[in-house]
Design a protein around this ligand. Structure first.
Ligand SMILES: [Zn+2]
Length: 153
C-alpha cells in the first residue's frame, strides 16, 4: 500500500506494518532484514512461515552489509502516476549478502546500471519514510577518500 502525501511523492506505509523495522533502519541509513529465529535463514520478503524450515517462528531483525550487485535492471519510459519523478529513469534489482534481493531506483550519473555492477545505497529522507535507491560503488572514489584521510587525518 502507498500513500500520496503532500510531498507529491509516492511513499510506502511504514507505521504499524510488519516491516516497520526495515523502515526504521533506513531512517538511520542502515539496511536491516528479518531472519528466521529457528534456522537463521533470511525471510525476505517477510512471510508468515519460513521458506527454508517452513516454521511460523518469529524473526530477528539484523543489519546487513549495505553493498550489493545489480542482478537485473530496467529503464522506465512511461510515467504511470503524477507523483513519479521525471522519466526516463532506471530501476535496479540488487542482491545483497544472504541472497537478499531488493528493488530501487538507480542513479548512475547518466550511465545505465550493468549486471554485476557493485552498488551502494543512497538514502532519501522524506517526511514519512526514508527511501533506498542505488548508485555505483566506485573503487576509485573509495580509494581517493582513503588517500585523502591518509593525507588529512
Ligand atoms: Zn527457518
Amino acid at each position: 500500500m502507498v500513500d500520496l502525501v503532500p510531498t507529491t511523492r509516492l511513499l510506502p506505509t511504514v507505521a504499524g506494518t510488519a516491516i516497520e523495522p526495515f523502515w526504521a533502519a533506513t531512517a538511520q541509513e542502515r539496511l536491516c532484514f528479518p531472519f528466521c529465529e529457528c534456522c537463521a535463514a533470511v525471510r525476505w520478503p517477510l512471510r508468515g512461515a519460513c521458506p527454508h524450515c517452513h516454521r511460523p517462528t518469529p524473526v530477528r531483525w539484523q543489519d546487513v552489509e549495505p553493498t550489493g550487485r545489480v542482478v537485473s535492471h530496467t529503464r522506465v519510459h512511461r510515467r504511470f502516476h503524477p507523483a513519479i519523478p521525471e522519466v526516463p529513469y532506471w530501476i535496479a534489482l540488487v542482491e545483497l549478502a544472504h541472497g537478499i534481493r531488493i528493488v530501487g531506483g538507480f542513479d548512475g550519473g547518466g550511465e545505465p546500471p550493468r549486471v554485476g555492477q557493485a552498488v551502494r545505497p543512497r538514502f532519501e529522507h522524506l517526511p514519512t519514510a526514508t527511501l533506498v535507491s542505488w548508485q555505483p560503488r566506485r573503487p576509485e572514489v573509495a580509494q581517493a577518500a582513503a588517500e585523502d584521510r591518509e593525507v588529512n587525518p
